[in-house]
Design a protein around this ligand. Structure first.
Ligand SMILES: [Zn+2]
Length: 87
């Protein structure tokens, strides 16, 4: 049996995407533009899963921590790079 290491992230993305498309208030209300941006990020995360590049920081090319990916499965850069960018 093949172990799918990205399965849990794929599931998290699918969950997140369906929640974003719900009109219900299961998530904090957010502006439509932000919702669209996240939807786009989710789609590109699915693409990376298919390409096998999922979980690799786009900036420093290191593997991102599992905890970060579970919290924000569509993240494209690791927390280090993100905080450096923000600083
Ligand atoms: Zn990085």
């Amino acid at each position: 049996m093949e172990v799918d290491l990205t399965g849990e992230f794929r599931k998290a993305l699918i969950r997140l995407r369906s929640r974003l498309n719900e009109p219900a208030t299961s998530i904090r209300p957010m502006p439509a533009s932000r919702r669209r941006a996240i939807t786009g990020q989710i789609e590109s995360a699915f693409q990376r899963l298919d390409e096998g590049t999922y979980g690799i920081c786009r900036n420093c090319l290191l593997i991102m921590p599992r905890g970060q990916l579970l919290m924000q499965p569509y993240a494209e850069v690791c927390t280090d790079c993100r905080s450096r960018k923000a600083a």
